[in-house]
Design a protein. Sequence first.
Length: 330
Amino acid sequence: MPNQDSQRPASERHVPVLLDRCVNLLAPGIERANADGRRAVVVDCTLGMGGHSEAILQRFDNLHLIGLDRDEQAHQLAGARLKSFEDRVDLVHAVYDEISDVVEDLGFPGIDGVLFDLGVSSLQLDERERGFAYSYDAPLDMRMDTSVGPTAEDLVNDLDRERLLQIIRQWGEEKFAGRISTAIVDARATERITTTAQLVEVIRSVVPAAAARTSGHPAKRTFQALRIAVNEELDVLERAIPASMSSLNIGGRVVVMSYHSLEDKITKRHFVKGSTSSAPPGFPVELEEHKPEFKVLTKGTEKPTEAEIAENPRAASARLRAVERVLKRS
């Protein structure tokens, strides 16, 4: 049975993270397009419940927004939230590494802003039956797009110990990955692991109580790792960041909010590469073909304020980076 919160409209359920900062970072790209006599185009690559998209559309009248999400439920909620803007919105069921194809299919030669709000969404965490959260019992699913692909249940029960160990250690950054992967294999030999509560109990049985007291819920990192594996999140992000950068018009901006170090490392690497001169070391002058195409707009990563975290605890781990396209080679 759906929980009571799932019956509320998206605007009452979702507090967008770093909302003003994201919109302010995107603003110059939108304003430049308008100054050039064009209607700006912005892509919200992680539509979710539409909070960031709504704020962008409210602030800028001469703007077309493309909202991408692989989650059909997100499209239903965000579509209702953005109903009053439907004449300048395209909502597309797609994974965000498909950004270039989506923009081309919609007939836009380039875009002026891109927003990524990575990780699991408030919608997915709040819908208990989706199996993303370790705090209540649910089927062990974790798919962002419930129409395709293996579930977390499939991975937990079908992968061998070495692959489970690799996933939990690499993508969960879990120091007890060895114990946890062994415990999962032992437990499933007796009974298939089908629910979040079963998996949590297996993890609790091998993570020392002292570690749980200092590092938070003992299942947190394993659930993160399985979610990333199920949705191929890091592979998708590796393709999506450069694709979004290459789609930008001059003056356009990419803004990325990440929630753990693996996402942030990928983002940083692509941003640094795009903003670094290709001139050979010791070369006396920087030729036009050596100049970087992008400029980093943030000094390191920006973090939410204490007031923002108090209003929205899920913002606590958010890290923001942004770049602007300053040169476009033919």
